[in-house]
Design a protein around this ligand. Structure first.
Ligand code: OXD
Ligand code: MN
Length: 595
């Protein structure tokens, strides 16, 4: 589509302004069609950036530059005029100063490239919970990924009409081409020139220098979490780093669960869980982000703003996540995986290693040569509609009513398999102290614990202390219709370092207990940290778990929790905006530990 066809004057003016700054060779407005996807992909194949995978229908493999393989938290800015508004957990720069630096970089940055204008909707097109974004990018790889991850095209422009509101998202890979030059490798700028900037007061995103993942697909972390969290606070809703799933019990009763875990704690696996307990069914609504609003009946309703999965490939297998494997069988994009000689992709933890392949750096690879075949953050991009257990309501514009909220992290010790909050404030306290071990730590090594409140540490678009206030205020509004809040730890180890809980599909047993708690079918034991299951109430039928292991899994050890207190105090000391209600929760915990 041509620029002249745009009917929205403000949008047209913005596109023209960006074009004058970035000086692309031409401008193309995306219509979201299959032809458009194919044309962009053909260009990437012709340039040698994409490889056709003959083993998977309509699927392609990319290798990024080794310097451009993940989100760059150090180069990510939350820019308010006042530093205090960004808070202690975000990088900050004054907006005018940051814009001046970035304008210097954007000047001529799209030379000899096409500038694509991508109208996209986060959430079902036209849903009252959805938001429209416009991403301007010089990357056809981004266009293809956005086609899968969001709803793109003319239908979004129809919703926008002549004066509708949109979130402008500007992206350039920061690699202008000389006359006659084409890309011979993944274009991007050096690390010190990468900027992922957010201007929440203006609902504006500027990204420069990276073509990878959340740095470049601006609908995801930038819009749907950082900017959306700031909008949600102003408008009285919630934008959270949460998967959403529907669990149906043998009687056909449905429960909807939203769960927040830091990266690398198995969110996608839980979202596509295959329950091992008879008669229970699980369906996936989303695997990464939840937008939640209070509905007319006073309950909290969630939508998945995304349309695809951008999942970590390594570790994904028919054992760990068969539904993800089914979702990526075709129409998928793979980035930084190993390319096999027979036209497929492979990654560590998928299945038996091929005897030879081309690794993510483009080198010959054989098993045991000391290199990773796939980068640990290699990704698949796949349409959510291809997931065999996608929930029939995943695109319901009103969302699904949330019964249960879960926080969690990876902890070898201290935190039991599951505990339930005493009330909303206590649940918010649990979310605010959520923590995860950054590596598969051995028991006792608490050194590398990262506090990641609500799994939002890299994604909160304003002062995290104010974010805690917002959670408390939402609880006040929802009152007795609020979801119950739980905290889980699938990763507890025995003193000799063995996993105590099998995880994966067996996690359904813990979810079942939560559902029964919401129905008042089972009681729980009050402990210093919250309510834990009475052993007999956990459905362990068919599971071979030693009595001692179960005791260890559910143990609340006063000594370990007393040690935990100083770490929580240190964490809270960072927040000058810490709500008194959370200070009170910490004092309550201390008092309960004394009893
Ligand atoms: C993600 C993340 O990519 O949380 O989803 O890092
Ligand atoms: Mn995520």
């Amino acid at each position: 589509m041509k620029l002249e066809q745009l009917r929205h004057d403000k949008l047209k003016a913005w596109v023209e302004e960006v074009a004058a700054m970035c000086t692309p060779k031409d401008i193309y407005v995306c219509d979201g069609s299959t032809k458009e996807y194919n044309d962009c992909m053909k260009k990437l194949i012709d340039d040698g950036l994409a490889k056709v995978l003959t083993k998977r229908k309509n699927s392609f493999s990319f290798r990024s530059d080794p310097s451009d393989v993940a989100r760059v938290e150090d180069r990510t800015y939350i820019s308010y005029p006042n530093k205090e508004d960004a808070g202690p957990t975000n990088n900050w720069m004054e907006p005018n100063e940051l814009k001046e630096i970035m304008k210097g970089l954007y000047k001529g940055s799209m030379k000899n490239r096409t500038m694509y204008v991508i109208p996209f909707s986060m959430g079902p097109v036209g849903s009252h919970i959805a938001k429209v974004g416009i991403e301007i990018t010089d990357s056809p790889y981004v266009v293809c990924n956005m086609h899968i991850m969001t709803r793109v095209g003319s239908k979004v422009l129809d919703v926008l009409g002549t004066d509708g509101e949109y979130i402008p998202c500007l992206h350039s890979v920061g690699a202008p081409l000389a006359d006659g030059e084409i890309d011979t490798k993944w274009p991007c700028a050096p690390i010190e020139k990468k900027y992922i900037s957010h201007f929440p007061n203006e609902n504006l995103i500027w990204s420069y220098g990276s073509g990878y993942g959340g740095n470049a697909l601006l609908g995801k972390k930038c819009l749907a979490l950082r900017i959306a969290s700031a909008i949600a606070r102003r408008e009285g809703w919630m934008a959270e780093h949460m998967l959403i799933l529907r669990l149906t019990n043998p009687e056909g009763k449905r429960f909807h669960i939203a769960a927040a875990f830091p990266s690398a704690c198995g969110k996608t696996n839980l979202a596509m869980l295959q329950p091992t307990i008879e008669g229970w069914k699980c369906e996936c609504v989303g695997d990464d982000i939840a937008w939640m609003k209070i509905g007319k009946d006073g309950r909290l309703y969630a939508i998945n703003p995304e349309a695809g999965f951008f999942g970590v490939a390594p570790g994904t297998s028919y054992d760990s996540n068969p539904m993800a494997m089914e979702s990526i069988k075709e129409n998928s994009i793979f980035t930084n995986c190993l390319e096999t000689d027979d036209g497929d992709v492979w990654w560590e933890g998928k299945d038996e290693a091929p005897s030879h392949g081309i690794d993510w750096k483009g080198n010959d690879w054989t098993p045991g040569n000391g290199e990773n075949g796939a980068h640990p953050n290699a990704r698949f991009t796949a349409p959510a509609s291809q997931c065999p257990v996608i929930c029939p309501d995943w695109e319901n514009p009103d969302g699904v009513p949330i019964d249960i909220l879960i926080f969690g992290g990876r902890r070898a010790s201290t935190v039991p398999l599951v505990h339930e909050a005493y009330d909303w404030d206590h649940g918010v306290f649990m979310g605010s102290i959520a923590a995860s071990e950054t590596t598969a730590a051995n028991i006792g090594s608490v050194g590398n614990l990262r506090r990641d409140p609500f799994a939002m540490l890299p994604f909160c678009g304003y002062n995290m202390g104010d974010y805690f206030h917002h959670w408390l205020e939402m609880g006040d509004k929802i009152g007795d219709k609020a979801p119950r809040i739980f905290y889980v730890n699938w990763f507890r180890k025995s003193p000799d370092g063995k996993w105590l809980w099998p995880g994966f599909g067996e996690n359904a047993r813990v979810l079942k207990w939560m559902c029964e708690r919401t129905e008042g079918k089972v009681n729980a034991l009050d402990t210093a940290i919250g309510k834990i299951p009475i052993e007999k109430d956990l459905d362990l039928k068919g599971l071979d778990i030693a009595d001692n292991d179960l005791k260890e899994l559910l143990k609340v050890d006063t000594q370990s929790w007393n040690n935990e207190i100083s770490s929580i105090e240190e964490h809270f000391a960072k927040f000058s905006h810490l709500p008194d209600r959370l200070k009170k929760q910490l004092n309550n915990l201390k008092d309960r530990l004394k009893k």
